[in-house]
Design a protein around this ligand. Structure first.
Ligand code: TPP
Length: 343
């Protein structure tokens, strides 16, 4: 028998999210997992040079994306933000065009893989320099303030390793002093390539650093998309309403190697990964929605099939696109016809 909406309300702590939004978050997580694995598969098939893995970050990113208001907010992501990019409206075709380095990529097929961007959706281009993008994010938040564009906020995401970088500290400090509308989202997956958190900082949590800048912080369970959404929603509303920046730390785990170029067997044990796998956010959230009666097992199977079909179609479509033309080599590199190396 179908559960009543009252039964459903009590069956899941939903932070004000509707059934449709909860299912949208699950779909994002399933799509993220599928596309993420596709990147590694294509690399092993020799079809693309490189891919990064965001497996284990699905709940953080699906939750954070739900707190983003399209057409108003700006996302300044980092390279592991596949789910955030998808969650704010980027398509699998755009992501795969980037992985295949095809002309249809938003950067014309000339950016590094996983460096998503979409000006129309408010997704800033990624900086490969760890924490370098935090200064861009703060600049955007400062522009909102300067132009008196109230009700807009910036999400600036990084891993926990990035919080050791000078630019990160300068950015958080500047945003704090000027009370800028920005949320610093830390996706703490415990590793910065081969460096564990214990070798990265002396404090137990990145949120412990917030006091040094005089800003509020929230530590949330990054294996739970609803918990991440709740923390991000409060922080984004604070930023949009003139309350200044917040530091949100979401604990998660990186199940795959740092990238297709990294062999994580050299620095962490298989047992550690197996242990963390027990908390895998994707099947866990799927099960929660089934138990709460929000979807049934058949709907969950059909969501998975749909996501696989969408990924396959996008893969074929992106692979069929042409590479950038040789003539476009200098486009967006230097202005006009100016060639500094020829003068
Ligand atoms: C300034 C700088 N130093 C080093 C690197 C090489 N590098 C790329 S990713 C990375 C690890 C970053 O770890 P973290 O911020 O925790 O994010 P994660 O990759 O774990 O999601 C490093 C050191 C870089 N890109 N930029």
């Amino acid at each position: 028998m179908a559960k009543t909406s009252t039964a459903r309300e009590s069956a899941i702590e939903r932070a004000g999210l509707s059934d449709a939004q909860l299912v949208e978050m699950l779909r994002n997580m399933l799509l993220q997992r599928q596309l993420d694995n596709r990147g590694f598969q294509l690399n092993r098939q020799g079809k693309i040079p490189f891919a990064l893995g965001s497996e284990g970050h699905e709940a953080v990113q699906a939750g954070a994306a739900m707190a983003f208001v399209r057409g108003r907010d700006v996302l300044v992501p980092y390279y592991r933000d596949l789910g955030l990019a998808l969650g704010v409206g980027m398509t699998p075709f755009e992501i795969l065009s980037s992985l295949f380095a095809r002309r249809t990529d938003r950067s014309g097929g000339r950016q590094f893989p996983n460096h998503y961007t979409n000006h129309d959706l408010g997704v800033a281009s990624i900086s490969s320099i760890i924490a370098g993008h935090c200064t861009h994010a703060v600049g955007i938040a400062a522009a909102f303030r300067y132009r008196r564009e109230a009700g807009r906020a910036v999400i600036c995401s990084t891993g926990e390793g990035a919080t050791s970088q000078g630019e990160w500290h300068e950015s958080v400090n500047y945003a704090a002093v000027h009370e800028l509308p920005i949320v610093f989202l830390i996706e703490n997956n415990q590793w910065a390539i081969s460096t564990p958190q214990s070798m990265q900082m002396k404090v137990a949590h990145v949120t412990d650093k917030a006091a040094g800048y005089g800003i509020p912080s929230a530590l949330c369970d990054g294996f739970d998309p609803i918990a991440t959404y709740a923390a991000m929603h409060v922080a984004m509303e604070r930023a949009r309403s003139g309350g200044g920046p917040t530091l949100v730390e979401a604990n998660c785990y990186r199940y795959l190697s740092h990238s297709t170029d990294d062999d994580d067997r050299t620095y962490r044990s298989r047992e550690d990964i197996e242990e963390q796998r027990k908390r895998d956010p994707v099947p866990r959230f799927e099960q929660r929605l089934i138990e709460a009666g929000i979807i049934d097992a058949a709907q969950s199977r059909s969501l998975r099939a749909d996501v696989l079909r969408e990924t396959n179609e996008a893969t074929d479509a992106a692979e069929a696109q042409p590479y950038p033309s040789v003539e476009s080599l200098y486009t967006n590199v230097v202005a006009g016809d100016y060639r500094p190396w020829q003068d």
